[in-house]
Design a protein around this ligand. Structure first.
Ligand code: NAP
Length: 291
């Protein structure tokens, strides 16, 4: 194997907690591929255009893009896959001979762990907490693969959630999307009637600036009929999932989405299938030892 490795990485801010290097480096090593995955912490959004230009200038093969740049990065790329274009959010960039192509593997990553609950979700209401890039991917996945009655976007910034709703409604007239303010007293009642509640905010994550206490107190929210899906994966046991579990609800950890979105990115860069079981076990072990 050549000593010069092809470079992959992660563009984001405050991302020291990420498991993506462990995931991609373990997969590359297991398959004997000559890749190395690094963290590129871009502290200021003002530096994002230069960071993207650096991918081209340095011949970096590809990167993942994470919080808070998934939407902002779109305008610096040369082209977008159909899915990334539809949601206007990118979590994977492929550098094809200097041409930067944006993809969104979060849509696939979000769907895969939810497929086991497909029949339970049909004609049920679903709520998504947050209105950022991950919320966009979740709505797109729900629209593509599941048949919910309505999807509630539950966020603190009403202007942003309404514009997210309008974006989707323009392209999907029949999609039943509604917005709710997370601070409104009636919101919790609506959430209690939803089958699935997705946390698509960083609340509860190990990210230093993230709020640690729950957005909605667990005792007011959860019933045993709920399915709770936290997109946060570090820590493994978030307050959101803990509250849901204690009420007898079913839970899905963000680790599952992490593995599947990563597998799709890995395939886009290397053309190879990620060894899913090996990666899930490696990440689980890493998370359990940091708890
Ligand atoms: P983003 O684009 O920055 O959006 C974050 C959303 O969370 C925004 O709507 C933001 O509201 C809201 N938010 C942040 N802090 C909040 C608080 N204290 N109270 C209420 N709302 C709050 O980020 P993203 O890319 O969507 O990612 C969201 C989370 O999902 C992150 O933790 C990320 O790590 C996780 N994620 C996981 C995976 C996975 O593979 N498991 C994949 C994608 C994302 P404002 O707009 O008002 O700031």
């Amino acid at each position: 194997m050549s000593v010069v490795k092809k470079v992959l990485g992660l563009l984001g801010s405050e991302i020291s907690y990420t498991l993506s290097p462990l995931m991609h480096n373990t997969a590359a090593e297991a398959l004997g591929l000559n890749y190395c995955y690094n963290v590129f912490d871009v502290h200021s959004p003002d530096d994002l255009p230069a960071a993207v230009e650096g991918i081209r200038a340095l011949g970096i093969m590809g990167v993942n893009v994470t919080i808070p740049y998934k939407e902002r990065v779109v305008k610096y790329l040369d082209s977008l896959s159909a899915e990334a274009s539809e949601v206007q959010a990118v979590n994977t960039i492929v550098n094809q001979d200097g041409h930067l192509i944006g993809h969104n593997t979060d849509i696939y990553g979000f769907s895969e762990p939810l497929k086991a609950f497909m029949s339970e979700l049909e004609k049920e209401n679903i709520a998504i907490l947050g209105s950022g890039g991950a919320a966009r991917a979740a709505i797109q996945a729900l629209k593509n693969e599941f048949k919910p009655a309505s999807i509630f976007i539950v966020a603190r910034n009403e202007a942003k959630s309404k514009s997210l709703k309008e974006d989707f409604k323009r392209r999907n007239k029949s999609l039943k999307l509604k917005t709710l303010n997370i601070a409104d007293a009636e919101t919790v009642e609506k959430l209690r009637d939803c089958k699935l509640i997705v946390n698509a905010t960083p609340v509860g994550s190990a990210k230093p600036s993230a709020r640690k206490e729950d957005l909605i107190p667990a005792e007011k929210l959860w019933t045993k009929n709920h399915i709770a899906y936290d997109l946060v994966y570090n820590p493994l046991q978030t307050p959101f999932l803990k509250g849901a579990k204690e009420a007898g609800a079913k839970t899905i950890s963000g680790l599952e989405m992490l593995v599947y979105q990563g597998a799709k990115s890995f395939e886009l860069w290397t053309g190879k299938q990620m060894p899913i079981e090996l990666i899930r076990n490696t990440l689980l072990k890493a998370l359990e030892t940091t708890l």
